[in-house]
Design a binder for this molecule. Structure first.
Ligand code: HEM
Length: 403
């Protein structure tokens, strides 16, 4: 993107569809793909200060250039929402200081001791599935990926057992704050409410966390003066919300792909070193986050369109991950694809700091699944997660064939 200067600009075209309505969320892949092909820069109808970028080249460049595309605000930003304003909502240098604390607590060395616990939980879960018998019909989200992540993540964070049933509603609430305050937002807020906020508020406090846990590591960083105690508290909530549904959805999408492309599942079963590749391809194929929000800090020209300084921008990960300008046959789930550079974990200074944790969870759960389950057969309609920015199956009925 060229620096600020005088440019002949063309009016930014207006997209005729609200990408975040009920109908659009049900058809998110098609809507995002259509938006990407509509124009390189797209204005949303009824929103005079919001544009969307969805082509791989522009989304990647925008994520890389944090000085131009600041994280300090975003489309539909409400600074008083339940979403903690830290880390993902900061630019360097504040961002770098806080990120260093999280990155150290989530380093491969720090996480290696958790991998054994993940494997035990995964083996137990799959043994429970086997006990249901050949051909058992299960919901691969509720009974497999959510069941696993909603156990290992609060364990890792050191959260109390009591109240964990609120995790799903808490996730829905935080994800809702990333999109417009439309009908879907109102429905989520109406169905969750104060008890969920009260639970999250209490669960993330120091006195309620287990010693030696990831959550406690945030407070210990505060003891060392690396962050404040208030920042430590916010970080526990951020880790809880950032790590839960992203991982649930990515693994659920992988299982959906395994049922839709059984020959790809056979490849992974024959060579389990492909598990991480399958997980990364799941992220590319159908990313659980449709969009990141940023604020344009200067006029930016893209292909003759000028985005004025002060415009709120949606950088659309999922659409970019299926851009044919970058990917060959992007609708095909291909575990041998070279996925390096996909944007499912973001890119640039805010690229996902929990990537290794997510991969360790995938190693454990998808590993146990590959050993014990021979095939996933579709057993009913897939229901989408009805939220605006999050994406993936909310219900995925499958019949299990055991090895
Ligand atoms: C498959 C699972 C995951 C996916 C798809 C995912 C996706 C992402 C994406 C796209 C971003 C960048 C957002 C942006 O630029 O606006 C991000 C950032 C982040 N993720 Fe993840 N994530 C996953 C798992 C996790 C886990 C397991 C954790 C923590 C334990 C985590 C913690 C974070 C945090 C704290 C950030 C903010 C980083 C920063 O601002 O520097 N994520 N993630």
């Amino acid at each position: 993107m060229p620096p600020r200067g005088k440019t002949m600009s063309t009016a930014i075209p207006e997209f005729d569809t609200d990408p975040f309505s009920h109908d659009s969320v049900r058809n998110a892949r098609a809507v995002d793909d259509r938006l990407r092909e509509f124009a390189p820069v797209v204005r949303l109808a009824g929103e005079d200060n919001i544009v969307m970028l969805a082509r791989f080249e522009h989304v990647a460049a925008g994520l890389r250039d944090w000085k131009t595309f600041s994280s300090t605000s975003r489309p539909w930003h409400d600074p008083n929402s339940v979403r903690p304003e830290l880390l993902l909502t900061d630019d360097p240098p504040k961002h770098s200081r806080v990120r260093a604390v999280v990155a150290s607590a989530l380093s491969p060395a720090a996480l290696s001791k958790m991998a054994a616990a993940f494997r035990t939980d995964a083996d137990d879960l799959v043994a429970g599935l086997k006990a249901r018998g050949e051909g058992a019909e299960v919901d691969a989200v509720a009974d497999i990926t959510q069941s696993f992540v909603y156990k290992v993540l609060p364990d890792l964070l050191g959260l109390p057992e009591k109240g964990r049933e609120h995790l799903s509603a808490f996730g829905n609430m935080v994800w809702a704050t990333m999109g417009p305050m439309n009908a879907l937002f109102q429905e989520t807020m109406a169905s969750t409410g104060q008890p969920v906020i009260d639970w999250a508020t209490e669960a993330c406090k120091r006195e309620n966390l287990l010693p030696g846990s990831l959550g406690m590591a945030m407070y210990e960083a505060a003891d060392r003066g690396e962050i404040t105690a208030e920042e430590a508290y916010l970080l526990v909530g951020i880790l809880l919300s950032a790590a839960a549904d992203t991982t649930v959805m990515t693994m659920a999408t992988a299982l959906q792909a395994f049922s839709q492309f059984p020959e790809q599942y056979d490849l992974v079963r024959a060579d389990p070193t492909l598990i991480r590749a399958a997980f990364e391809e799941s992220l590319r194929w159908d990313s659980p986050s449709r969009m990141a929000g940023r604020l344009a800090m200067r006029d930016v020209e893209i292909d003759g369109y000028v985005i004025p300084a002060g415009t709120r921008c949606g950088l659309m990960f999922a659409a970019a991950n299926r851009d044919t300008r970058k990917w060959t046959d992007p609708d095909r789930f291909d575990v041998r694809r070279a996925t390096a550079g996909h944007l499912g974990f973001g890119f640039g200074v805010h690229a996902c700091v929990g990537r290794i944790l997510a991969l360790l969870e995938a190693d454990a759960l998808l590993g146990a699944i590959c050993r014990e389950i021979q095939a996933f057969e579709p057993a009913g309609p897939v229901e989408p997660w009805m939220t605006t920015i999050g994406h993936g199956p909310a219900k995925l009925p499958v019949a299990l064939r055991f090895a």
